[in-house]
Design a binder for this molecule. Structure first.
Ligand code: NAG
Ligand code: NAG
Length: 469
């Protein structure tokens, strides 16, 4: 039995030896063939779950050439943000635009008529208005509300929106009454703090999941000291102590441009006669000396144009003409690090030259501004000939690339109703949405010791060191 088995296994072994070699080489050939096929398709390795690998989209095994023009925008999947909006009395929002409530509701029926925002320089800070319109529209029209929808149950919301038009309130009602040392702007802020801190939504979170717009640097000047746990939507952090507002907690939104977009811009490097354009006040308070110094450094250059005074004083037509016929537009920090000038330059496709060390730029997590702007440190800009040499050193090709990018990105800075995909309104909601996990983490951490019955209004959020009230 054993012998037979041994014998037969022996003969099988002898037989298979040759066929095994043949089989293995066949298998190897097939394997090599399929591998080379797989590689040559430029396709992806089927046995790897693409989704589990970080950055695989930047790694294509069969293309040795790295894309010299990576996409400017790194689009992430968009989720819909659920927003609960307080039913604030209309004196906090549309009444500030001279809209009159009809007694039934605090809100205009925007299907019939959209109340207008005052024009001129007021419009540059109209962010709260566009966001509010978008939330109102999300209820009846899916043209709006692409990235955010209004929900009426605050427990189901990601964030709580406070529809206070703080900037227009500052613009219109901040003149102090000399006898009372108060004004409507101060009164409304006081009322707002009282209203908010009385709401169950504020009390359960300490305000951490609230979104408040204060785009004008002087808006919400009093209430910010009480409402700082909330997420602010701001133009920059220039007038905020870092504990009250910072990039971790808050969102930077673009100014609404004052100059009209350059539609069908077929200009080019050679058809824009002016090299460099600046419009603004020359002598300003804080950062003013930089403007003054740069003016002295550039005043002898023939193709550099300095226009004095604000856009409004100078006249929008002349600013429009200036920016549309210049290759570069200068942005120098004034009494705040940011201004509408940058956004006017962008929509004029005038390559911005930014001299403002502390500027915060909107949507910088998805936008690489160095692709369409030129940044120069203030200390360098003040060196003799430095600025003008950098600008003159930028070739026609490099300028044209930046000009093309400007046309590609300008829609990110467009406020409009109804809002459109990837415009300023939608981008702001996306920025807010990205903060939601941080908010959730803070809220959960704040609940660690809730069994010991901390009153909701005194959750363990540390007061900023410079908190004075
Ligand atoms: C609001 O949402 C919460 C959580 O989903 C739910 O428990 C509650 O019943 C809702 N309230 C109303 C009034 O629908
Ligand atoms: C821009 O060009 C398009 C297509 O050629 C045209 O329909 C439109 O009227 C132009 N707009 C302006 C403002 O010139």
């Amino acid at each position: 039995m054993a012998e037979r088995i041994g014998g037969s296994s022996n003969s099988i072994g002898l037989l298979s030896w040759k066929s095994l070699i043949a089989l293995v080489s066949l298998a190897l050939t097939v394997f090599m063939l399929s591998l080379s096929l797989l590689l040559n398709t430029g396709g992806r390795y089927q046995f790897i779950d693409q989704n589990l690998l970080p950055h695989l989209k930047h790694y294509t095994p069969n293309s040795p050439v790295i894309n010299p023009n990576p996409p400017l925008i790194d689009h992430e999947p968009e989720a819909t943000l659920k927003v609960f909006m307080y039913d604030l009395p209309s004196e906090f929002h549309f009444e500030l635009l001279d809209w009159k409530p009809d007694g039934h509701t605090n809100w205009p029926d925007i299907r019939l008529k959209v109340p207008e925002y005052p024009g001129g320089l007021n419009a540059q800070h109209s962010v709260a208005y566009w966001l509010t319109l978008d939330l109102l529209a999300s209820e009846f029209d899916n043209a709006g509300g692409l990235n955010a929808i209004r929900v009426h149950n605050s427990s189901e919301a990601d964030v709580i929106f406070v529809p206070f038009f703080s900037s227009i309130c500052f613009n219109r009602f901040s003149r102090l009454n000399p006898h009372q040392n108060t004004n409507k702007n101060k009164e409304l802020q006081k009322k707002l703090v009282k209203y908010l801190t009385g709401q169950p939504e504020w009390q359960r979170s300490g305000g951490i999941d609230h979104v408040i717009v204060a785009h004008h640097p002087n808006s919400l000047l009093d209430a910010r000291m009480q409402l700082w746990p909330a997420m602010f939507i701001l133009s920059d952090f220039g007038r905020y102590p870092p504990t009250i507002a910072n990039i971790n907690k808050d969102v930077i939104a673009p100014y609404k441009h004052i100059i009209k977009s350059y539609v069908n811009d077929s200009s080019g490097f050679d058809s824009r006669p002016m090299l460099l354009f600046f419009q603004g006040a020359i002598y300003r308070k804080d950062g003013g000396f930089v403007r003054q110094e740069i003016f002295y450094l550039l005043q002898k250059e023939k193709d550099v144009h300095f226009a004095f005074g604000s856009v409004q004083k100078q006249g929008i037509p002349s600013a429009t003409k200036g920016m549309q016929s210049s290759k570069f537009c200068l942005n120098i920090a004034g009494d705040t690090p940011s201004s509408n000038r940058l956004f006017d330059a962008i929509v004029s496709h005038c390559v911005p030259v930014i001299i403002s060390d502390d500027i915060e730029l909107p949507f910088e997590d998805v936008l690489d501004y160095s692709e369409f702007c030129v940044f120069i440190r203030t200390s360098d800009a003040l060196k003799d000939k430095f600025l003008i040499n950098v600008i003159r050193g930028i070739s026609r090709d490099e300028w044209t690339k930046k000009w093309e990018k400007l046309k590609e990105v300008e829609h990110f800075f467009e406020y409009q109703y109804p809002s459109k995909k990837s415009d300023a309104v939608q981008m702001i909601w996306q920025s807010v949405a990205k903060k939601v996990p941080v908010i959730k983490r803070k809220l959960n951490a704040g609940r660690r010791f809730s069994r010991f019955g901390k009153p909701a209004s005194k959750l363990g959020f540390p007061l900023p060191r410079n908190f004075m009230s």
